[in-house]
Design a protein around this ligand. Structure first.
Ligand code: NAD
Length: 471
């Protein structure tokens, strides 16, 4: 019998009257039953968070820090259980850069965020005035998460919110709700009732959350199109916003790149989580003279990287998470074939069960074809030739997105010069798709608004209050 999961509101479990089966994308087996929360559940959760805010906003710095530390401890203690649940509902492998890695990151982020400080600052202390700047919590934070890295993204939202004295209502993706429901049930023990609440349900619940008048900030991670809707919903009540949206990250290989050394970080920079990662390498520009060498390095590496059920030992790549994403990848590769794409590897979906699409490398394309221009969010990488470096830089920048980008080579000065010309929130050199709790991360252009992580990310959960005293 599949387990019926519950929401967690005001410090207690809350059942729904309707449920949906969540299926394993590798096998089609039922993982558990997700409650379908209603607008009434959302109201209860927001009311609980608002009531808890009245007290939690006055909690001491030490209490908030201890809450984050306690959450880190819970995440470490329950890592195996949560990782297995993530692999079963999301599809990523348990090992390697998979769900155990995700859970390790959850604990690390909770702990690091707990140790961050936002002390008050004396701006002026003169004969005429004493001016002090305080950082205050904003209120109830609504968190909306996607399905690709469901637990760590939830931690990225809730840890800084709680660290700074806010309370939280989180709504996970309808594709991967179970891990988040279980994680919040556990983490809620680390804070007073109502500080951390979770509701699960359809997309409409996200829309209702992003326009709710009692929610003062929305932190959203998901697609660019939904991000725009969230921004519009938040406008009437002027909510604070952090938007972490999609990307179409370009990588540029320089003629002196040592492919023997770089193929591993380049492959994983692109195919991490089977390409279902916001800041993955999604198109690669390669000098004409290097083209054969780069393609061969990718093909050899891919052939040695097993794809399968993430619960099976040895699996390094999992399936696409859901049918919608599976269809999208098929559609983009078929479109590339019709537009002169040269399939160097893969290119056909595997027969079921599971949404398996093999590592696919497509040459023969230029900007202007969908697989190059759009975010594929799957294991299909276009490899585009260039003759002049300035063309590659222009093509890399020719996008509405601006999440991250990368440049690969040996000459530090040239690598730095190219990095400075790429339009992205993060430019990597000789790596891609790396985030860390001490490095601010966020997109520019259509990839988002604001940053997460580090001091700068924490500040986004606060308002500034000035106390300006005559002396
Ligand atoms: P999505 O936009 O379809 O859904 C994200 C969340 O928004 C889900 O919880 C969904 O239920 C909710 N939602 C749907 N409609 C809504 C609405 N009208 N109002 C409010 N909420 C609504 O995205 P997805 O398919 O789950 O995730 C994949 C996308 O997320 C990719 O584009 C990826 O690049 C992006 N992403 C970005 C980052 C980042 O940090 N920049 C990280 C991970 C994923």
């Amino acid at each position: 019998m599949a387990r019926k999961y519950e929401m967690h509101i005001g410090g207690r479990p809350v059942a729904a009257s309707a449920h949906r089966e969540i299926k394993n994308p590798a096998t089609g087996a039922t993982v558990g039953l997700c409650p379908i929360g209603t607008l009434e559940h959302l109201e209860q959760a927001v009311d609980a968070a608002a009531a808890a805010f009245a007290k939690w906003r006055r909690s001491s710095d030490g209490e908030r820090r201890a809450a984050c530390e306690a959450m880190a401890g819970i995440l470490t203690q329950h890592a195996s259980e949560l990782a297995a649940l993530v692999t079963q509902e999301q599809g990523k492998p348990l090992k390697g850069i998979g769900s155990e890695f995700e859970l390790g990151g959850c604990a690390a982020w909770a702990s690091y965020t707990g140790a961050l400080e936002l002390p008050s600052k004396v701006i002026e202390d003169s004969a005429t005035k004493h001016v002090e700047m305080l950082r205050e919590p904003i209120g109830v934070v609504g968190s909306i998460t996607p399905w690709n890295w469901p637990l760590i993204i939830a931690i990225w939202h809730l840890a800084p919110a709680i660290r700074t004295g806010n309370t939280v209502v989180i709504k996970p993706s309808p594709f991967t709700p179970l891990g988040t429901l279980r994680m919040i049930e556990l983490l809620a023990q680390a804070v007073p009732p109502g500080v951390l609440n979770v509701v699960a349900g359809d997309d409409e619940l996200g829309a209702a959350l992003s326009r709710h008048p009692k929610i003062q900030k929305v932190v959203f991670t998901g697609s660019a199109s939904t991000g725009r809707k969230v921004m519009a919903s938040a406008a009437p009540t002027l909510k604070h916003l952090t938007l972490e949206l999609g990307g179409n990250d370009a990588g540029i290989v320089l003629p002196d790149a040592d492919m023997d050394k770089l193929i591993a970080p380049m492959f994983w920079g692109s195919f991490i989580n089977s390409g279902q990662t916001c800041a993955a390498l999604k198109r690669l520009y390669v000098p004409d003279a290097m083209y054969e060498r780069v393609c061969k390095a990718f093909i050899d590496f891919a052939r040695a990287t097993p794809m399968g059920d993430g619960m099976q030992p040895g699996t390094q790549l999992g399936p696409l998470q859901n049918e919608r994403q599976f269809r999208k990848v098929i559609e983009l590769v078929e479109d590339a074939k019709r537009h002169g794409g040269d399939i160097l590897l893969g290119g056909e979906a595997q027969k079921g069960p599971g949404y398996f699409y093999p590592v696919t490398l497509v040459g023969g394309l230029e900007n202007g074809v969908r697989l190059v221009d759009e975010e594929q969010f799957g294991p299909a990488l276009p490899i585009v030739r260039y003759r002049r470096l300035e063309d590659a830089i222009a093509w890399a920048n020719d996008t509405d997105y601006g999440l991250s980008a990368s440049v690969w080579g040996s000459d530090r000065a040239q690598l730095n010069a190219v990095a400075r010309q790429l339009e992205a929130g993060t430019v990597f050199i000789n790596k891609h798709a790396e985030v860390a709790p001490n490095i601010p991360f966020g997109g520019i252009k259509g990839s988002g608004l604001g940053v997460e992580f580090a001091q700068e990310g924490l500040e986004a959960y606060t308002t500034i209050k000035i106390i300006n005293a005559a002396t």
